[in-house]
Design a protein around this ligand. Structure first.
Ligand SMILES: [Zn+2]
Ligand SMILES: [Zn+2]
Length: 133
């Protein structure tokens, strides 16, 4: 079981499953949404994700109409993203985990959008655009 929370601690969740995949996304939307050079996220099954508190504080923003980005409206922590054509999966933001995780990143996506000032995690596959699926 994995647990996580937002910065203010109002939103807390648990995931009753294992991480199977960790992606590093360099797209400009993720960079702006997190304020960082890239985002690390893991796809998980929505039906194994439970909000322990603060679900009423979750707010979403659609930068594109097919994907909502869900964050804590109190502190601004990004929690997950969800595609409208794939509602059973959400992509949790790994930085919000409180449980130690051993799964290291598997691949980079939107590598062609990466910032020029930071080089990160060599030795795993890079995809110029979206997911390798
Ligand atoms: Zn919060
Ligand atoms: Zn992205």
């Amino acid at each position: 079981m994995l647990k996580g929370q937002c910065l203010c601690g109002e939103v807390a969740y648990q995931y009753d499953g294992e991480l199977t995949e960790v992606a590093i996304c360099h797209c400009s939307q993720c960079r702006r949404a997190q304020g960082t050079p890239f985002v690390t996220n893991a796809p998980v099954n929505m039906d194994q994700l439970t909000f322990l508190s603060g679900e009423h504080l979750l707010k979403d923003y659609f930068a594109t109409e097919n994907k909502r980005r869900v964050f804590c409206s109190n502190c601004g922590s990004p929690i997950f993203s969800q595609r409208m054509d794939k509602l059973d999966t959400v992509r949790l933001r790994l930085g919000t985990f409180t449980t130690p995780i051993s799964h290291t990143p598997d691949y980079h996506i939107y590598h062609s959008d990466r910032v020029e000032w930071f080089d990160c995690v060599a030795g795993i596959p890079t995809y110029a655009e979206g997911n390798p699926e």
